[in-house]
Design a protein around this ligand. Structure first.
Ligand code: HEM
Length: 472
């Protein structure tokens, strides 16, 4: 990177651009499709890895260049920030937490959140992961006995909601067991609305409310009520057990304890609880769904996962502890390959806080830049046969023909100082559940593979994924 003040050889106006509307530019195309990631991919195919678009006169850089993308991520929080419009849309929903704050405020939020999710803390919560995995296996067993096909995405979301609420807030949600899952339904309302509002040229919802806006308001109210219940219960625990103040057992308790030094306002505590719920659920559950999508088409891979499970934890239903979990190298390879080929976060939205030059590209202050990370993750130059699902490429003894292998390209969890703090938890959830599922069941798609489609609603998930589970 060049230092500030130096001009790059190229700037936004020198970049190529896909064809767009003479007045509204590329906005109509972007707004028209909920699947924004596919619009971006089409443009990358048309213009290459660095180009510009404009949304009704507002210019944006789109970069699928891994070197530029890595630098943008690394230059936060000083030179780049998350897209201010995105942060504002989330703030308007009443949420102000680690994901959508900047500068010193972000630093203050990041410390307790990252600490609550660090390897040591997550390892200590392993029994929670096991209990939830067993509960879900029992439920799948009942589906199998009834010959029922499973809409897995919803089931995996219940799994991740229960784990996050237990680990981060000490609250037993039992979304897996609930019959009418209204809380989960409310959470599902949020992402599509964030996705739609980011691309809206005018914030019409401030002037009149559509049915969807009203549904969102109702969902936000219901979630607010539940979160306040988490907070009340955590306050009661702290009051009942003064020792907890010295050693808070989860994120919420820690935020509340620090609140006594006026570090975190009630609004900030609420914002971070909400952020964790949003950030940890769809991302992880959709990744598990994508893995199941591939496994259901590859019985030989299911057998390998099962053989590994039998060899590592024998008669047990789930790996008894973290050591056993970490021995599941093939299952972990399935998880890594899923995160590479179907990143649930295919692009990230950023904005320059000051003039910056990266790789000869001059990026002026306030320029919006979309980091398209998915294309590099499947490019032949970085991964041999990159469009194919080949978990063995992640094994220590990988086949010689898979010679291109560049893990640095993977940005599914972001990068730089703001990379995802939930990466370790998410990976554990994915590996644990996949291993336990394949140990007990054969998997089969209940629809044609072509009928399962990529859907983007702020995270990318497999639409119409229906799976049949048969006990082995
Ligand atoms: C497969 C699962 C997951 C994926 C793909 C994922 C992906 C991401 C990505 C791409 C970012 C933005 C990173 C950046 O800007 O560099 C992020 C941020 C974040 N994620 Fe995750 N995430 C996952 C699971 C989780 C879980 C389980 C949690 C917590 C329970 C979590 C909490 C967060 C938080 C709090 C942030 C904001 C970090 C900050 O701005 O400093 N994520 N995640």
């Amino acid at each position: 990177m060049k230092t500030d003040g130096q001009k790059g050889r190229i700037s936004l106006k020198d970049l190529p651009s896909p064809r767009g509307h003479f007045l509204f530019g590329h906005l109509p195309e972007f707004r028209k499709h909920a699947n924004k990631h596919q619009v971006l991919e089409r443009w990358v195919a048309e213009c290459g890895k660095l180009f510009r678009v404009h949304f009704a006169g507002i210019p944006l850089i789109i970069s699928a260049d891994p070197v530029i993308n890595q630098q943008v991520l690394a230059l936060r929080p000083e030179k780049f920030r998350r897209l201010s419009k995105m942060s504002a849309v989330i703030r308007e929903m009443g949420v102000s937490g680690v994901f959508n704050t900047e500068g010193d405020t972000w630093k203050r939020h990041r410390v307790p959140v990252a600490s609550a999710l660090n390897v040591r803390k997550i390892r200590a919560f392993y029994p929670v992961l096991c209990a939830k995995t067993q509960q879900l296996l029992d439920k799948f067993g009942r589906y199998a006995a009834a010959g029922q096909v499973v809409s897995v995405q919803k089931e995996f979301m219940a799994y991740t909601v229960d784990i996050t609420t237990s680990i981060a807030f000490g609250y037993e949600m039992d979304t897996i067991g609930a019959r009418a899952n209204t809380f989960q339904k409310h959470l599902e309302t949020i992402f599509p609305m964030i996705n739609a509002r980011i691309a809206a040229p005018v914030p019409l919802w401030r002037f009149f409310k559509t049915r969807k806006d009203r549904e969102l308001e109702a969902a936000l109210k219901a979630i607010e009520k539940t979160i306040h219940q988490f907070i009340r219960e955590a306050k009661d625990r702290l009051a009942a057990d003064p020792a907890l103040r010295e050693h808070p057992t989860n994120l919420l308790e820690r935020l509340l304890v620090e609140d006594e030094d006026n570090n975190f306002t009630d609004e900030e505590i609420y914002g971070n609880v909400f952020t964790m719920l949003l950030a940890g659920e769809d991302t992880t559950s959709n990744s598990i769904s994508w893995a199941v999508y591939f496994l259901a088409q590859h019985p030989e891979m299911v057998r390998k996962v099962r053989e590994e499970a039998n060899a590592v934890y024998g008669e047990a239903v789930v790996p008894p502890d973290n050591q056993h979990l970490s021995q599941l190298t093939y299952t972990n390879a399935v998880a890594q390959e899923t995160l590479r080929i179907k990143p649930t976060t295919p692009q990230l939205y950023m904005e320059a806080k000051e003039d910056v030059v990266i790789e000869d590209l001059f990026i002026a202050k306030n320029t919006r830049i979309i980091l398209q990370n998915k294309v590099a993750q499947t490019a032949e130059a970085h991964f041999t046969n990159g469009e194919a699902f080949l978990p063995e490429r992640w094994l220590k003894e990988k086949p010689a023909h898979l010679e291109n292998h560049d893990p640095e390209m993977i940005k599914t969890f972001g990068g730089g100082p703001r990379f995802c703090p939930g990466k370790y938890l998410a990976t554990n959830e994915i590996v644990l559940l996949l291993s336990a599922l394949c140990k007990q069941f054969d998997l089969e798609l209940a629809v044609d593979p072509q009928e399962v489609t990529e859907q983007f609603e702020f995270t990318m998930y497999p639409g119409n994924l229906l799976v049949r589970f048969t006990p082995v």
